[in-house]
Design a protein around this ligand. Structure first.
Ligand SMILES: Nc1ncnc2c1ncn2[C@@H]1O[C@H](COP(=O)(O)OP(=O)(O)OP(=O)(O)O)[C@@H](O)[C@H]1O
Length: 262
């Protein structure tokens, strides 16, 4: 079931992505609304990361195209922030926490301006928001996984984008950090920003997101949680392997709540 967004800020049209000639995303066609916390769900290898990489132009599609804010990616790149999987980054790169977060401001600086006082203030405020003020001079190689995740988030905040694409921002973080990150993301959507998150855990996803994309090489569903989270579509996505899927859809029916309104 694909629900189309009114006045979409992101459109994906007939997207096909292949690695070494074998397609891993088939004819993905969806539109997404502004100001929502959007979760991309699906089993391992479903193509979740590939979808956001294709949106960011990091992999070339074999077919189809993407429009963001009704424009091509090149025209709006500075309004988009991409947070890759933590494991995909070389954390041994010699840089301090503050350096990494300041890099988030570079996109808005223009070609010949060096980061100055204002950029430093933005970076410090972003680090404060994620509870990392005490670590500004620490080398990024000397952080725990959860702290690295927070630094990544601070860098994204410093970017002050309109659309955020995050690949597993909750991976390897403790419950307190997960809740803190979720609260921040929720706040960002309340300010009109759109946040798209690849997420593994379908149970917490039911609390976190109000728009859900279900993917398993093909697009199974995209739409408001209350509409698309059904036992049938969860089974179609996860292959009927999880016997608790019916409980998940039941939970959504019963609660029928929108975390952004709570
Ligand atoms: N660079 C690559 N070259 C070849 N195959 C790739 C490459 N990247 C991903 N794949 C394959 O494409 C498929 C989709 O991968 P992708 O990382 O998008 O899935 P995912 O849903 O994000 O998975 P996971 O939940 O395990 O992170 C997988 O079968 C994967 O092995």
């Amino acid at each position: 079931m694909i629900v189309q967004a009114e006045s979409p800020i992101l459109e994906v049209h007939d997207l096909i992505v292949s690695y070494e000639q074998s397609p891993v995303l088939w004819n993905v066609d969806l539109t997404l609304p502004q100001g929502q916390l959007i979760g991309i769900l699906g089993p391992n290898g479903a193509g979740k990361s590939t979808l956001i990489k294709a949106i960011m132009g990091l992999v070339n599609p074999t077919g189809g195209f993407v429009k963001i804010f009704d424009k091509s990616l090149e025209e709006v790149r500075s309004r988009i922030s991409y947070v890759p999987q933590r494991e995909s980054v070389d954390w041994n790169f010699p840089a301090s926490v503050l350096d990494v977060v300041m890099m988030g401001t570079y996109g808005k600086l223009g070609l010949f301006r060096r980061p100055g006082k204002k950029e430093k203030e933005i970076a410090l405020a972003s680090l404060d928001k994620v509870g990392m003020s005490a670590f500004i001079n620490r080398q990024i190689s000397e952080l725990s996984g959860g702290q690295q995740q927070r630094v990544f988030l601070a860098r994204a905040l410093a970017q002050d984008a309109d659309l955020y694409l995050m690949d597993e921002p909750f991976a390897g973080v403790d419950m307190a950090t997960e809740t803190a990150i979720f609260e921040l993301l929720k706040q960002m959507t309340q300010e009109g920003k759109t946040v798209i998150v690849v997420h593994h855990d379908i149970y917490s996803a039911m609390n976190y997101f109000n728009w859900i994309i279900m993917l398993n090489l093909h697009l199974v569903a995209s739409g408001p949680k209350e509409i698309v989270v059904t036992e049938e579509l969860l089974r179609k996505t996860y292959g009927g392997k999880l016997n608790l899927l019916s409980k998940v859809s039941e939970l959504v029916r019963k609660q029928s709540f929108n975390p952004l309104k709570s």
